[in-house]
Write a protein that binds this ligand. Sequence first.
Ligand SMILES: Cc1ncc(COP(=O)(O)O)c(C=O)c1O
Length: 415
Amino acid sequence: MAFDVAHVRAQFPMLNSAEPIFFDNPAGTQVPQRVIDAVSDYYLHMNANSGGGFATSKKTDAMVQSVREKVADFLNAPSPSEIVFGANMTTLNFSLSRALAKTLKAGDEIVLTRMDHDGNVAPWLRIAEDYGLVVRWVDINTRDCTLDLDSLEAALTDRTKIVATVHASNAVGTINPVAQIGQMAHAAKALYVVDAVQSAPHVPLDVQAIGCDFLLCSAYKYFGPHIGVLWGRYDLLASLPVYKVRPSKDKPPYRWETGTPSFETIAAVGACIDYITGLGTDFGSEYASQFPQFSGRRLALKTGMTAAGAYERELVTHLIEVIQRRPGATIAGITDPTRFHDRVPTVIFTLEGHTPQQIAEHLASHSIFVWDGNYYAVEIMARLGRSEQGMVRVGLAHYNTHEEIDRFEAALQKL
Ligand SMILES: Cc1ncc(COP(=O)(O)O)c(C=O)c1O
């Protein structure tokens, strides 16, 4: 079946009327009914702590294991034991950076990029400060907001221990060549940490194809609940000196999950992976030949995300045309339609004569929800000379429509 956005929207209670228009997706997406139901189902049938000998505790443990399997399929992870749940991406990354720091010594180097969200910058800056590590920065090409790979090459030395980059930018939308960056990092004998928070809602993820050592994402960005996910190579998850309490299990993934997990949210992650699997079943068959190595749920997850991504490229083409038609508009990021495979449908812009905040407030008064400011992408805003006011961010998801973009254009015209 061709991608049917009405069928998609019917599954999301918050999308059951024409207003408001949710273009704030990079900050968090809406959820389908099945995600909401999974939370109440958990409280009605399972609510208990883990590890008990009685029915509700056993059900909780079985549920968590089955959700780890689903997330492993989503990321093409070799094992569900490599899937760690935590409060959010940022908290998990602080935990990861602290554990890795214990293996480093003063003078060791970390490579960070000017494109990253602070969730993949601050954890590394803090350990650099605490352990006397050297930080080397990878620049961006300001013309099209891509990563400057020459500057990455120049940043790698025989003291580089960690390379941390974003997969897709939460500001300019650029998708970075993560498999290539992984090879460069490994050639320098460094570990590679990928922030996939903004790629997860738009492109099929595959930790084995990327060849990274750690990857982090957050389910609330891909139609699920507020919870973070860390994937790590099993040997590293098993051996790193993570901060944990003494009585908790000392094997992956448990040794990384401090305290009692948010079980109801984990249950909802399972429902969100089921939702994406359903996208593959409904709309993905024409993409199956792109993934000969997969079958079953792994295949459906890949084809579902591919179908959503193809529809999103139509939407972003429309959105960029609309913004470019407006006199005085400037977009930061890739605007050449032949390169839209290298971006997600997150578009930032400025308009002469209006501050980003004024534009966002004007659109809000027309029930169109967009973001303004820096969205924690501090470095790239500084690099683009937009530290003070930031830019307007319109972030689409596969449940948005062309008609919503037309209404966005009409509202912009009234500014
Ligand atoms: C690219 C990117 N990385 C990291 C984060 C932080 O994620 P979390 O809110 O789960 O800590 C965000 C949040 O917007 C993001 O967009």
